[in-house]
Design a protein around this ligand. Structure first.
Ligand code: HPA
Length: 278
């Protein structure tokens, strides 16, 4: 057994001794989106720094807690706050929380993030359903020897974002009067924001949104056979012909304002999980 798996298994064992029901669903929340877990009836709560081997997020807008409880009556784990490559962590550390969820038996992962709009048709505050991603980080959590117990050497990525889960999200949003955008998320390492030339490049590469997270975790989840749904809050929209400074305070504010809508979509998806037609 490799080091990362031994550590993830130890962390999962620590958690299992302290929770009543093992989770079936995982929710991973990003910048300013801690409240997206509002629909969780919380039963247990672990700050990341109290969990064995768990990397600790250094970003202020990320709470850094792992919550357990029920969402729509289903046992759910919420990773409130994530670890980023730009903090200096490696891809194995960034994906450690997902591996702990995998070791706990989670089969469905709902991933959220804040993202910059690349598609000029987007407006701040909108929610984008991830149809696909571009991993432009230059990193991959599966590099190195494969952990065969976790998944295959060359995992298929032709449907990384589960189409049935995407349909559930669209239905859940429509039921609540929300319209989702749909598009491709480009994952960069960051932390420097995009230059106008990079925005043009991303547009021509087929990206609709850009951010500094998600792609590593999704690759690990898909490798582990976990079904993935991805939702981005579009916090700002880039215009390379009239570039304006993006303010991190504004990004966090827009994300926090949209968290309620996002929380409703997440709860709607969890409620219908298990009923979807694949
Ligand atoms: N770029 C990268 N990440 C982001 C952005 C952005 O413009 N907005 C929110 N997260």
């Amino acid at each position: 057994m490799q080091e990362q798996r031994r550590k993830a298994a130890a962390c999962a064992a620590f958690i299992r001794r302290r929770i009543k029901k093992t989770p079936e669903i995982g929710v991973l929340t990003g910048t300013g989106l801690g409240d997206a877990a509002a629909a969780l009836a919380q039963e247990a709560n672990f700050p990341y720094d109290l969990l064995p081997h768990f990397p600790v997020s250094t970003v202020q807008s990320h709470a850094g807690r792992l919550l357990f409880g029920e969402m729509a009556g289903k046992p759910t784990a919420v990773l409130q706050g994530r670890i980023h490559l730009y903090e200096g962590y490696g891809p194995k550390e960034v994906t450690f929380p997902v591996r702990v969820l995998q070791e706990l038996g989670v089969g469905t992962l709902l991933v959220t993030n804040a993202a910059g709009g690349i598609n000029p048709g987007f407006t701040p505050g909108q929610i984008m359903l991830l149809a696909d991603h571009l991993n432009l980080t230059g990193e991959n959590p599966l590099a190195g020897a494969n952990e065969d117990q976790w998944g295959p050497r060359f995992p298929d990525m032709s449907a990384a974002y589960d189409p049935a889960l995407a349909r559930l999200a669209e239905a859940a949003a429509a039921l609540r009067g929300l319209r989702l955008q749909k598009g491709v998320y480009a994952g960069l390492k960051g932390p420097s924001l995009e230059t106008p030339a990079e925005v043009r490049f991303l547009r021509s590469a087929g990206a609709d949104a850009v951010g500094f997270s998600t792609v590593q975790e999704v690759i690990a989840a898909v490798h582990g056979g976990i079904r993935v749904l991805g939702l981005s809050i579009i916090t700002n929209v880039h215009d390379p012909d009239n570039p304006e400074p993006a303010s991190v305070e504004e990004i966090i504010e827009v994300a926090a304002a949209a968290a309620k809508d996002l929380s409703k979509v997440l709860a709607g998806v969890v409620e219908k999980l298990g009923e979807e037609s694949v």
